[in-house]
Design a protein around this ligand. Structure first.
Ligand code: SF4
Length: 317
């Protein structure tokens, strides 16, 4: 794992700062008190940084996807230009900070990542869109994992987002000094089972890319691998896929187990498959045998420890 801090951007009101239009905040205690122990937050309040005061008149998105405006609701002032100026400067400074993710405030016309209501000039809801700042951020940094704080209440989405953040950080470290083929092969190898827990098909495509690495210019190889890596991790991992991965891992040492040990381990994996226990249960036993039999190929797999265990992301059924 990297020694430098993992930096995540965050909508500033989620940290408890009173920057919202009504002078309040929307502190999220999981983010500030739990995840905050493992990451360094980079707070951004696009509306305040665009020069709008606290408190300020509430705003909403108005127009069509091709011509979206950020307008105050009652006085109909258009703040789009101020926001666009702020965005241009801020994205530049965020680029230098090497962010590994961003947590946005749900539903905000500036920060919402999805399903932000867009209105007609007459004030009727017309369709849903993306907050102005969130859209610009995603366009500028398409590989960086982003999520809304509301969706992080879902244990599967939370695990997936945090896993992608830590994976993206490892990818940044890999690419930092320029990609070389040997390091790419090692990186790809240690992520094998994690990638397989998301998508066998993507993993196969990535394998072909790595095998043909010398055919690509370094810049193209970097772009292709990074894109595929993050796309694979965005595919939902399921119980069935985890069971497959666990069974593959067990295949590396099952000949060295006694019949009783094997039956017990397969029984624990089956309990997980049936939804009776969380992933952490079979995984803990698998990790025990990996250590016990000293299976170095598996011991190095990121799948066994993709994020700090204290976050307890694999403890849900
Ligand atoms: S949602 Fe975004 S723009 Fe609104 S207060 Fe929070 S950080 Fe500021």
């Amino acid at each position: 794992m990297t020694a430098s801090p993992i930096r995540l951007g965050i909508s500033r009101c989620l940290l408890g700062d009173e920057v919202r239009f009504d002078g309040g905040h929307k502190q999220d205690h999981f983010l500030t008190d739990v995840l905050g122990r493992y990451v360094e937050w980079v707070p951004v309040c696009p509306e305040v940084e665009a020069g709008l005061g606290i408190p300020r008149e509430a705003m909403r998105l108005v127009g069509s996807p091709r011509y979206l405006r950020l307008m105050t609701i009652t006085s109909k002032q258009d703040h789009t230009a101020a926001m666009e100026t702020m965005i241009e400067e801020r994205l530049d400074s965020l680029h230098k900070l090497d962010l590994s993710g961003f947590v946005f405030k749900r539903g905000s016309p500036s920060c919402g990542v999805e399903r932000v209501r867009v209105y007609t000039p007459q004030g009727m809801p017309s369709h849903s869109g993306v907050g102005i700042f969130a859209k610009a951020f995603r366009d500028a940094f398409p590989l960086i994992p982003v999520e809304e704080e509301g969706r992080l209440c879902d244990s599967l989405l939370r695990e997936n987002f945090i896993e992608r953040v830590f994976c993206y950080r490892r990818l940044q470290n890999l690419l930092h000094n320029g990609l070389n083929r040997q390091e790419l092969i090692r990186f790809h190898t240690i992520h094998k089972y994690l990638l397989l827990s998301h998508s066998q098909q993507h993993y196969k495509t990535m394998g072909q890319l790595v095998a043909q690495a010398e055919r690509y210019r370094p810049k193209d190889l970097t772009a292709k691998y990074a894109d595929l890596f993050m796309k694979t991790l965005a595919v939902r991992a399921t119980v069935r896929k985890h069971v497959n991965v666990l069974q593959h891992i067990v295949g590396h040492f099952k000949k060295r187990m006694s019949p009783r040990e094997k039956a017990e381990l397969l029984g624990v994996i089956n309990d997980y498959h049936q939804g009776l226990t969380p992933l952490i249960v079979p995984l803990t036993l698998v990790k025990h045998y990996v250590q016990f039999f000293d299976v170095s190929y598996i011991r190095d797999q990121v799948y066994l420890n993709p994020h700090p265990k204290e976050l307890m992301l694999r403890n849900h059924v």
